[in-house]
Design a protein around this ligand. Structure first.
Ligand code: ATP
Length: 249
């Protein structure tokens, strides 16, 4: 994987005063959150607190009723550089379409890097194989993804995001209903991402084996940030980046 961009145009995510209304109910109620490069941030909180809504809003998948949110310095609605962001949804969308193999699902993570003018290359194929290896599914690459266990399907989704080699990962409950082997595989993957200085935002009920890797937690309750803890300082170079940005603001 390539290292994190040395010239980020802004923090991976910055939300200020974020409100989201769903079915007439305020589900997020004035959230301020800046995700710094290199953060391994866990969004915690009880059922219905708004955790999934927060990460979807950070990605621009839930429009804000008030406030603003930016991805790498651009308003989420106008952000286009999706190869910088990898999203791991809660579960594999299994429609009635043709069953895809594990490799095909993972290869779809390269789409933001391809175009009509630049079809699949050796680099794309190598990234897909690395991602399959990283989650321990290289031996299942030809299997139908929908025949795998819930934990293995979760690993396929993580591999799909890894294959895109983004700078920042957003994972919605990657540990929910996942077997111990898949949780351990995820912890190993996160350790590798942390060592590379990648940024991860993940939603979780319980951290389990991920606990020692998390550098920062945000606890949501009733759509507000009820508690925020930084466990580890960001790397000095990243802290310096933030200071210079703050002094420029
Ligand atoms: N599409 C939707 N339309 C209407 N209400 C929604 C929608 N999605 C979520 N909600 C409601 O918004 C609230 C927050 O939901 P959200 O999924 O963000 O919470 P959460 O903290 O992720 O919960 P969980 O831990 O159970 O996944 C809940 O009360 C939920 O019922």
């Amino acid at each position: 994987m390539k290292p994190t961009s040395p010239h980020p145009s802004g923090p991976p995510f910055a939300m200020s005063g974020g409100h989201v209304r769903l079915d007439g109910r305020e589900v997020l109620r004035g959230v301020d959150l800046v995700v710094e490069p290199g953060d391994l941030l866990a969004v915690l909180g009880p059922n219905g607190a708004g955790k999934s809504t927060l990460v979807k809003a950070l990605l621009g998948l839930r429009p804000l009723a008030a406030g603003r949110t930016e991805i790498f310095g651009r308003p989420a609605a106008r952000f286009r550089d999706w190869k910088r962001v990898g999203y791991v949804p809660q579960r594999l969308p299994m429609g009635g379409g043709v069953p895809a193999t594990v490799r095909e699902v993972v290869a779809s993570g390269r789409v933001a890097r391809q175009s009509r003018w630049r079809p699949s290359s050796a680099a794309d194929r190598a990234a897909v194989e690395r991602a399959l290896d990283a989650v321990g599914l290289a031996g299942r690459a030809r299997d139908s993804a929908h025949l795998l266990s819930g934990g293995q399907q979760q690993r396929v989704l993580i591999a799909r995001a890894l294959a895109g080699e983004p700078e920042v990962f957003v994972m919605d409950e990657p540990t929910a209903g996942v077997d111990a082997a898949s949780q351990a595989a995820l912890a190993g993957t996160l350790r590798g991402l942390a060592e590379e200085g990648r940024t991860v935002v993940l939603v979780a009920h319980e951290l389990g084996p991920l606990e020692p890797l998390i550098t920062r937690t945000v606890v949501l309750e009733h759509g507000r940030v009820a508690d925020e803890t930084r466990r580890t300082a960001p790397a000095p170079s990243l802290a310096a980046t933030r200071e210079s940005r703050e002094s420029a603001a």
